[in-house]
Design a binder for this molecule. Sequence first.
Ligand code: HEM
Length: 167
Amino acid sequence: MKLFIFTLCIVAATCDLAQFVEDQTEIIRASWNQVKHNEVDILYSIFAANPDIQARFPQFAGKDLKTLKSSSSFASHAGRIVGFFSKITELNPNDSGVSAAKTLINEVAASHKGRGVSKAQFNAFRVSLTAYLADHVTWNENVAQAWEKGLDNVYLVLFSAFDGSPM
Ligand code: HEM
């Protein structure tokens, strides 16, 4: 993330890097706080838009999504999966926070590669998550850009690990 923002700052020439990173982090946190307890709703919207992702979950494959939505098993999975983004957004953008984020992301890459999840499915997951945010949080150009950059960074680490070169 720092590297990405640093590059932007060189282009902008007049950027206070630390302040810029802080601002982006705060924008992401403030918007995530508006939906972070909607785990069930978020996973539901991702499955509804991507039946092939739902089909990868042994417990949920082939089952009626509306019925699943009210089950405790669905809530428990949603808490674990959506909770990943809560853990990431709670980290500070300093060296130890970046290092902790990389560890979490590398774990997801390894466990999901083992399950045969594809990069295309990860990208589809991202599109649906962003669409959910756009519909449920205060959304404007700044918020959209902060999430795009943040998710670019997460996915850079994720796909590097996926390709066998963890960062
Ligand atoms: C950035 C996107 C994603 C994140 C952050 C994420 C996160 C997680 C986390 C934290 C878990 C629980 C811990 C673990 O078992 O590794 C999990 C489980 C799982 N994820 Fe994901 N996931 C993502 C995308 C996907 C996609 C796209 C698929 C399928 C196409 C998928 C399939 C699964 C499956 C099958 C499980 C195991 C569920 C079980 O315990 O039965 N995930 N995911």
